[in-house]
Design a protein around this ligand. Structure first.
Ligand SMILES: C[S@@+](CC[C@H](N)C(=O)[O-])C[C@H]1O[C@@H](n2cnc3c(N)ncnc32)[C@H](O)[C@@H]1O
Length: 228
């Protein structure tokens, strides 16, 4: 492989953790530093063109919440698979998923623990002209009273994106699954970090979801797990 290509591959894979394992690239002979620096700079430039969080102007989003929104195009792709269902979004955040579900004709109940974030989600839903039932609360405490066709769970990942992790480490998930009334939901979908060791998932089907922007279309943005 030419040095320039080796530098490019190393730059793209730097820091990537996949399926619970950290990827290490070793080039022999070593790529010279200036070439490596150039490749890293190019990768940083590419990464600026990520899949957009929201496409419409006027949405509320801040630096703290920007990173965790499910990008609109990806949220819509998933939501189309849930058309017209009744959905509970247990970790609503800025409404990335809740809005997409509502745009696909779903009746959506969205729960969020943080009042300010919930306010931004409600504003964003208005920008998209969709109606969503928002509720402030802790999903772990209220899940036992909820039911519907689909339960969507996108818990905060925190530092789990920076190291290999296992299913039990995702906040709230184990407790939610335990507290669910039997048969309360026909389907349960969970958004998981690419760093998760898929061998630790409960019985489910799962697939990687890639970005769609110039900079992240070769990157797994998240793992979409569907519990059986
Ligand atoms: C990863 S974000 C969800 C992002 C959302 N899917 C979107 O696209 O905008 C997780 C959200 O869950 C909220 N959260 C954390 N723990 C919660 C809990 N126990 N109950 C309800 N919401 C919770 C956080 O405040 C955060 O806004």
């Amino acid at each position: 492989m030419p040095f320039a290509d080796a530098a490019d591959v190393s730059a793209r894979l730097r820091g990537v953790i996949l399926d619970g394992r950290r990827i290490r690239v070793i080039c022999e002979p070593e790529v010279k530093r200036p070439l490596m620096r150039k490749a890293l700079l190019l990768e940083a430039r590419r990464m600026r063109e990520k899949t957009k969080a929201f496409r419409r102007k006027g949405v509320r989003i801040d630096s703290g919440t920007r990173l965790f929104v499910t990008p609109e195009d990806l949220a819509m792709k998933l939501a189309k698979r849930a058309e017209n269902k009744s959905v509970v979004d247990g970790f609503c955040g800025l409404g990335g998923n809740a809005i997409a579900f509502a745009r696909c004709g779903c009746r959506v109940n969205a729960i969020e623990i943080d009042r300010r974030t919930l306010g931004m989600a409600a504003h964003n839903a208005a920008v998209y002209g969709v109606s969503i039932q928002f509720r402030i609360g802790n999903i772990v405490e209220i899940i036992s009273e909820m039911s519907g066709d689909l339960l969507w769970l996108d818990p905060p990942w925190g530092e789990l994106t920076r190291r290999p992790c296992v299913f039990d480490e995702l906040p709230g998930l184990e407790a939610i699954l335990k507290k669910l009334k039997p048969g309360a939901f026909k389907q349960i979908w969970i958004k998981l970090p690419p760093t998760i060791d898929t061998a630790t998932l409960p019985d489910c089907c799962f697939e990687p979801v890639f970005g769609e922007g110039q900079g992240d279309r070769h990157r797994i943005k998240f793992i979409w797990a569907r519990i059986k």
